[in-house]
Design a protein around this ligand. Structure first.
Ligand code: ATP
Length: 258
C-alpha cells in the first residue's frame, strides 16, 4: 500500500484549511502528521478517507485515483480509527466490530459464519472477547478505542488512518494502542498531538502549520529544539533516550532556560 497526496487544497467556505499539501506514505511505514491546533491535520485525513472532497489536488492509493474509486472500494483499502468518542450510538461491542465487515458485503447481506469468526478473532486479539455483549457506551475510553481497533482489524485492510487515536487516554492505554498498531505491521498515517509519542512510533513526520507542510523528515530531523520553538513557540530540551534510541522532549515552563 502506497499513498501519494499532491497539491491538496481544501476550504471551509472562505477559510483555507489546506493550501496545497503534498506528502506520501510508503508501504509498511508509520507516518505522523503533527502541528498546532487548527493546522489542518484532521482536514487532511478526512480528505483521504473521503469524509471531505478536495477542492483541488490528487490522492492516489497504489497508483489508483482515490477520488474516482467507488466508496466501497476505497473503504476496503483503508481502516479509519478516530478519537474514542466517535461512535455516537447505542451498540453492543460485537456489533461495532462487525461494522468492519460492511465494505466486504452486498446490501442486505447478513453476517455469515466467516464474518462472525473474523469478529471473534479481532476481539480476541485485543483481549476484548469477554466484553462482546457489553454496551459500547458503558466502556472506558481505552476499552472503546480497543473496540474501534478491533473493527479496523475485522475490516482486513492493510492501511490505517488514525486521527489522534489516543486523545483522552491515560499513558498506559496510549502505549498499548500504539504498540498494538505497530505490531500489526500495517501502513499507517496518523495525526498525533503528543510529540514524544510521535518520536517513539513514527518512521517519518510531516509538520503542518496553517494549512501548509513546513517540515518533514525522521523524528530526529524534525523534532529539534529550534523546530519545536518555530512551530509551537515553546522552549524545550531534546535529548536521545539511551533505552529507546529515540528523541525525548521535555518542555520548559516560563522562567526555565537552557
Ligand atoms: N467543519 C468546519 N467548518 C469550518 N471550519 C472548520 C471546520 N473543521 C475545521 N475547520 C477549520 O479548519 C482549520 C483546520 O482544522 P483541523 O481540524 O483540520 O485542524 P487540526 O490540525 O486537526 O486541529 P486540532 O489539532 O485542533 O485537532 C481550523 O482553522 C479549523 O477551525
Amino acid at each position: 500500500m502506497r499513498l501519494k497526496v499532491e497539491n491538496l487544497h481544501y476550504s471551509y467556505g472562505e477559510s483555507d484549511a489546506l493550501k496545497g499539501v503534498s506528502f506520501f506514505v510508503n508501504e509498511g511505514e508509520f507516518v505522523g502528521l503533527i502541528g498546532p491546533n487548527g493546522s489542518g491535520k484532521s482536514t487532511a485525513l478526512k480528505n483521504i478517507y473521503r469524509g471531505l472532497r478536495p477542492d483541488k489536488g490528487s490522492i492516489e492509493i497504489d497508483g489508483e485515483n482515490l477520488l474516482t474509486m467507488s466508496y466501497k472500494n476505497s473503504a476496503l483499502k483503508m481502516a479509519v480509527v478516530g478519537q474514542e468518542n466517535d461512535v455516537p450510538f447505542d451498540f453492543m461491542v460485537e456489533e461495532i466490530v462487525a461494522m468492519g465487515r460492511t465494505p466486504h458485503k452486498k446490501l442486505f447481506d447478513l453476517d455469515d459464519e466467516h464474518d462472525k469468526e473474523i469478529v471473534h478473532h479481532a476481539l480476541e486479539h485485543l483481549g476484548m472477547e469477554s466484553m462482546a455483549k457489553k454496551n459500547y457506551l458503558h466502556l472506558s475510553g481505552g476499552e472503546k478505542q480497543r473496540v474501534i481497533i478491533a473493527r479496523a482489524i475485522a475490516q482486513e485492510s492493510d492501511f490505517y488512518i488514525l486521527d489522534e487515536p489516543t486523545n483522552h487516554l491515560d499513558i498506559s492505554y496510549q502505549l498499548q494502542i500504539f504498540d498494538f498498531i505497530k505490531r500489526l505491521n500495517v501502513t499507517v498515517l496518523s495525526a498525533i498531538h503528543d510529540l514524544n509519542m510521535a518520536a517513539l512510533y513514527c518512521d517519518r513526520l510531516y509538520v503542518l502549520k496553517k494549512g501548509e507542510i513546513v517540515l518533514s523528515g525522521s523524528p530526529e530531523e524534525v523534532l529539534t529544539e529550534e523546530n519545536i520553538y518555530n512551530v509551537y513557540g515553546v522552549n524545550s530540551s531534546v535529548t536521545k533516550n539511551a533505552l529507546t534510541g529515540k528523541v525525548s522532549i521535555s518542555f520548559l515552563p516560563a522562567g526555565v532556560n537552557k
